[in-house]
Write a new protein. Structure first.
Lengths: 114, 113
């Protein structure tokens, strides 16, 4: 089945230790998104790729970076995680940046920062 | 903030009852979407309603949209324990070549068996 896969599902890191979260998709969608979701809050968009074009949200901290080496994969790098970065990180894809599109989400990676 | 608001924040009902969630948003929209999120999981798209539609049905789901009031509601009829989840409305913000979803604050629905 076509889907959005995130690895790992749970990630524990230490304060200040870089961490990379992975997302892959078999949907062949050209847009991929990364969201941060803290407990009992709505998902907050960090950035997205439209093909190779990277679009950063204005309020996304510099501590968060992303790479998209090909259509199928997208990575979220947190260079120096702080306690406030503990959250669920959701990857999503959509077909095109059209006006009536839906997003397909992966199961998320829950990040714990010790 | 462009984020929409949902109410109630939490809703607890008995199995078989109907559940209604409301969403208000701030900007003009082309369409509004509803997503469901089971605990600790990703979001799943439920239904999309366009700005020129007033009501839409999908199975046990009924969505209404009032663009004059910038509000939408999601009705789940004959609820089941498996409907227990958080429900988010989302609107699209257009920004030239890039569009993005803005999610509401969410309603946590608990359906008691």
């Amino acid at each position: 089945d076509a889907m959005v896969i995130q690895n790992p599902r749970y990630q524990v890191t230490q304060f200040g230790k870089p961490v990379t979260l992975s997302c892959s998709q078999t949907l062949n969608h050209n847009v991929m998104y990364w969201y941060q979701q803290k407990s009992s809050q709505a998902p907050k968009l960090l950035f997205h790729y439209y093909d190779k074009d990277f679009n950063n949200e204005a309020d996304t901290p510099d501590n968060f970076q992303s790479r998209r080496p090909n259509t199928s994969f997208c990575f979220l790098d947190i260079r120096s995680p702080g306690l406030g970065d503990a959250a669920m990180y959701l990857c999503a894809t959509s077909r095109v940046l059209g006006r009536s599109y839906t997003q397909y989400f992966g199961p998320g990676t829950r990040l714990t920062v010790l | 903030s462009q984020q929409g608001e949902e109410d109630p924040q939490a809703l607890s009902i008995q199995e078989g009852e109907n559940a209604t969630m409301n969403c208000s948003y701030k900007t003009s929209i082309n369409n509004l979407q509803w997503y469901r999120q089971n605990s600790g999981r990703g979001l799943v798209h439920l239904i999309l309603i366009r700005s020129n539609e007033r009501e839409k049905h999908s199975g046990r789901l009924r969505v209404t949209l009032d663009t004059s009031k910038k509000s939408s509601s999601l009705l789940i009829t004959a609820s089941r324990a498996a409907d227990t989840a958080s429900y988010f409305c989302a609107t699209i913000v257009y920004g030239g070549a890039t569009n993005k979803l803005i999610f509401g604050t969410g309603t946590l629905l608990a359906v008691q068996p």
